[in-house]
Design a protein around this ligand. Sequence first.
Ligand code: NAD
Length: 340
Amino acid sequence: MKNPKTILVTGGAGFVGGHLVEALLARGYRVVCLDLFTYAGSLEHLAPAMAAHRHQLVDRLWPAKLLRKKSTKLFIVRGDINDGATLTALLAGCDGVMALAAETHVDYCYHTPGTFVRANINGVHSVLEAVRNEGKGKRLLQVSTDEVCGERRSGRSAESAALRPHNIYAATKACGELLVRAYADVFGLDVVMVRPCNLIGPRQQPKDLIPKTFSYLLHGRKMTIHGDGRHVREYLYVRDAVEMMIEVFERGKKGETYNLSSQIGRSTLQVVQAVARSLGLRAREQMTFVADRPNPDHRYASSHGKIRKLLGRRWRLTPFLEVISLMRDDFIARNPPPLI
Ligand SMILES: NC(=O)c1ccc[n+]([C@@H]2O[C@H](COP(=O)([O-])OP(=O)(O)OC[C@H]3O[C@@H](n4cnc5c(N)ncnc54)[C@H](O)[C@@H]3O)[C@@H](O)[C@H]2O)c1
C-alpha cells in the first residue's frame, strides 16, 4: 500500500481480533489495537502479528505523536472502549474502526450479565460517540453475531430477519446493533455490520467447544455434552471470516449488514466426534451427558448469499475437517495446561 491506512481494531487481543490484526497487516494496513485485556484478551492472540511486524505496546493515554513513527505497523494499547477520551484520541489518528471488543462467552452471561451490558451496550455507545465526534466520515465495522436472530427450527435467517435474541449475550449484541443503526440513521455515520456464525481456528478461547474437547480428550477425560448434544450450529474458519470482514469494511455498502456463515449446520455430537476422530479415538467412549443450559437455542442458521455476492470469485470456505486438523496441530504444539 502506498499510503497505508491505519485501522483502529477494538478487542484486537481476543481470538478473532488477533487473526483480524494479522490479516490487516498482511494486506498492508497499519493497526492500532485497543483492548482491555480481560480474561479473554492475550498477547498470545497477537503473537504471529508481533513476530512479523514492528510493534509497540502502549499502557497509558495515547500520545498522538506516536503514530508518526511510520516504521511501526502495530500499536497495542491497553484500554477500555468505555473510556471515551482514549477512544477519541486514538480515532483522531486512524482512518476507520473495526469494532470487536465484547464480552462473548455465553456461559458467563448467566452469572455476570452486567459485564455483558457494560461491554456490549455501553461500550458500543462509547464507540459510536467517538465516531460521531472525532470520526465523521470514517467507516465503522460493527461485529455482531448470528445469535441476535435467535433459534431457527427450520430455514435460514436472512439479514432482514427480525432480532429475536434468546440469551443475555445475544440480547446485548442485538442492543448494540440497534444503537449502531440508530446512530447511522440520525447522524449519518458510515457503518457496516457483520453477523458471523461460530468461528473456529487456532488459538481459540480454551473453553469453547472444540478447544475444550481437545483439552479433555488429550488429558484422558470424557467430554461433557449439554442436553442431548443435538443442538446445531454453523462453523466458519476464522481466517476466512476475517477476510470477509475486511472485504465488508473495504467494499460493503454503507448501512448494510452481512451474515458470515458456512450454511452447513453441525450438531455438538458431530463436532465432538470429528475432534475425537482427529485424535484417533472412538467418539462414543469419550462423552458424558449433563443437564442442558437454561433456555438453550437448538439451531442457528443464517443465509450467506449477500456476502458471497460481495466476494464474487474470492469466495472460499476452508473445509471443516481441515480446520479441525489445523486446530489439533496448534493445540498439541502449544500444549496449554488442563482446564479446570
Ligand atoms: N468467536 C466467535 O465464534 C464469534 C461469533 C460471532 C460473533 N463474534 C463476535 O466477534 C467479536 C470478537 O469475538 P472473539 O471470539 O474474538 O471474542 P473474545 O472474547 O475472544 O475477545 C474479546 C476481546 O474484547 C476485549 N474486551 C472486552 N471488553 C472490552 C472493553 N470494555 N474494552 C476493550 N476491550 C474489551 C477482551 O479483552 C478480548 O480481547 C465479538 O464482538 C463477538 O461478539 C464472535
